[in-house]
Design a protein around this ligand. Structure first.
Ligand code: FAD
Length: 340
């Protein structure tokens, strides 16, 4: 039997809100184990828009997704959270003493006094195009679904597929570093912000971005797994091959709540209904925060999630130590225990 990790709070999800919950729990003297299905901290910020500036984080006029996550990780660090990454929480069950047992897809077992679900939209992954040999080219990075660092695409022939904001925004961004950028969409009309569309139009007229419309992806070409071209076709069957080192399909995300849907938490359209005053779910001792939590008037913003993390941490402490009298203290009075 694998070792059992005992902790005060088990946090499901290491997105921005889960990370801030580590800090808030830590300020109340609670230790955290954090589990995430992704192999890196940061949830949507890291996986979907690491280099995009966020403008509505208080006191940061602009901060890009990855920098926000790096700062949240640093803020949580004094409390020595234990991170279990690259594994999904598959089971959650109450055990004796108001505690909970969680199991992960990699066989880890966590026992905790309270659980904070900060699972965003649940497990998420890209919608993959139905192309032959796709897995082969995914494994050689010929097909990628995320841009973690723009620099990785310097001097590359990039083919982007999709008609939404991500496809258009990355075409505008990568054109500054790539050798060539082609944007494939099945319709001439793109769904993106008007200013982005204006810039795209200018770049297309200047020949900097090749607008390949109305075409759909039809196949991948390469030698020994190295991508050399992307075949595209019209609905009428007219085909052509675009030279490519990398294909970036941006067909949106498939989001599934996954195992969370089976834990008996009150779901409201794939989100967990909580009481706003304490983020409590219908299971005493299980709290939900961030994008996955809903209540009347909920704003799905990072800053709302931060406030919910504070609320849930206090409620988790009251669940774990019902008899302990807690004096509310400002961080300025208390300092950060363990920090230099
Ligand atoms: C392109 C884009 C731009 C955005 N811009 C802004 C903005 O400007 N301002 C703003 O406030 N918000 C913005 N958002 C929204 C913001 O990113 C989300 O509100 C925020 O990420 C929610 O944080 P979270 O921690 O609740 O969830 P997430 O960031 O979604 O993280 C949840 C984590 O939980 C994990 N998880 C799920 N289920 C399990 C499980 N069973 N086991 C283990 N792990 C699990 C997931 O892998 C994920 O890492 C933007 C989103 C996108 C996509």
């Amino acid at each position: 039997m694998s070792e059992i990790l005992a902790t005060d709070v088990a946090i499901i999800g290491a997105g921005p809100v889960g990370l801030f919950a580590v800090f808030e729990a830590g300020m109340l003297g609670l230790k955290s184990v954090v589990v995430d299905a992704l192999d890196a901290l940061g949830g949507q910020c890291t996986a979907l828009y690491p280099e995009k500036p966020i403008y509505d984080i208080p006191a940061h006029p602009a901060i890009d997704g990855q920098t926000l996550i790096d700062k949240l990780e640093a803020q949580a660090a004094p409390f020595a959270p234990y991170y279990l990454l690259d594994q999904q929480v598959t089971h959650l069950e109450p055990i004796d003493g108001g505690r909970f047992r969680l199991k992960t897809s990699k066989g880890a077992t966590v026992e905790a006094g309270a659980v904070i679900v900060a699972a965003g939209c649940g497990a998420f992954g890209p919608n993959r195009p139905p192309l032959d040999n796709l897995s082969l080219y995914e494994s050689t990075k010929g097909v990628q679904y995320l841009v973690r660092r723009r620099e990785d695409f310097r001097d590359k022939k990039v083919v982007i597929a999709g008609g939404g904001d991500s496809a258009v925004d990355w075409a505008l961004s990568l054109v500054e570093v790539a050798e060539s950028v082609a944007l494939v969409h099945r319709r001439p009309k793109f769904r993106a912000a008007p200013e982005s569309l204006r810039q795209l139009d200018d770049l297309a007229k200047a020949g900097a971005v090749d607008l390949v419309v109305p075409y759909q992806l039809d196949g991948l070409q390469g030698t020994y797994g190295k991508l050399t071209g992307v075949r595209v076709a019209t609905l009428e069957g007219e085909k052509k091959v675009l030279p490519a080192d990398v294909l970036l399909p941006f067909y949106g995300l498939a989001m599934t709540l996954g195992p969370i849907a089976d834990w008996g938490l009150g779901l409201d359209e794939a989100r967990i209904a909580v009481e706003q005053r304490n983020c409590a779910t219908n299971i005493p001792g299980v709290f939900a925060v961030g994008d996955i939590a809903t209540y009347p008037g909920k704003l799905k913003l990072i800053l709302s999630g931060f406030a919910e993390a504070a609320t849930a941490a206090h409620a988790a402490q009251a669940h774990i130590y019902p008899d302990k009298l807690v004096h509310f203290e400002y961080s300025t009075s208390r300092g950060v225990p363990g920090a230099a």
